[in-house]
Design a protein around this ligand. Structure first.
Ligand SMILES: C[S@@+](CC[C@H](N)C(=O)[O-])C[C@H]1O[C@@H](n2cnc3c(N)ncnc32)[C@H](O)[C@@H]1O
Length: 193
């Protein structure tokens, strides 16, 4: 099935958790991976894989099959992701359990978290739990990158995420506005590596 149609279907089924009507554009995907250079001892965790708009670029840069772990909530999306990315480890699960899911894989240290979750439309308590999971990876030395849509940048939950990270890890590195994405977005990065 066409990626855009599949994504739209997932959005219509669960608008709050999918959070957008289209997958990330190649411009946003490449910006999300700018400077991400995993070595053989690094694991990249992708939260909210969707239809794999970012995964297809990650596939080109991860050293091997135990260097990538994708976590996606939607069972239908996970089924087609596994067909499209047979060499990538994609788990159907909740980002709220990211640390336990990672432990179960037996993979090495998480050096990068690429987060595509729509915090703006997730329930507050879910967003808070996910940030606490991210924090566990950050405490071990990790780079966390996410994107926020321009129109939602000052929504309370978007501000809350930035405050949570800023209070622990300082000011983010923010990209220029990526206008070639629907909707336009910024990427935000914090690092303890
Ligand atoms: C905005 S889409 C991004 C998809 C893709 N990475 C992209 O950039 O096009 C968000 C994805 O996060 C997934 N998601 C939402 N809440 C989640 C959670 N708690 N745990 C894991 N995945 C979740 C949704 O099902 C959806 O596929």
């Amino acid at each position: 099935m066409n990626e855009n149609i599949e994504f739209l279907q997932a959005f219509l089924k669960n608008p709050g958790t999918v959070g957008s009507i289209t997958p990330s554009s190649p411009e946003l995907a490449q910006r999300m991976l700018n400077g991400i250079e995993p070595g053989p001892d690094d694991v990249v965790v992708e939260l909210g894989v969707g239809t794999g708009a970012i995964t297809k670029y990650l596939q080109q840069i991860v050293p091997d099959e135990s260097s990538y772990l994708g976590i996606e909530l939607d069972g239908g999306l996970v089924r087609s992701l596994r067909k499209n990315f047979p060499d990538m480890k994609i788990v159907r699960g909740n980002a709220m359990d990211a640390r336990a899911i990672h432990k179960r894989t037996g993979f090495g240290k998480v050096s990068y978290v690429i987060c595509c979750l729509p915090f703006v439309s997730l329930p507050n308590e879910v967003g808070e739990k996910i940030l606490l999971e991210v924090d566990k990876f950050m405490q071990q030395g990790c780079t966390f990158r996410t994107f926020q849509y321009a129109h939602g940048y000052y929504f309370p939950s978007a501000i809350k995420l930035r405050e949570f990270m800023r209070n622990r890890y300082g000011k983010s590195k923010r990209s220029p506005l990526i206008v070639k994405n629907v909707p336009p977005a910024y990427t935000l990065t914090w690092s303890t590596l």
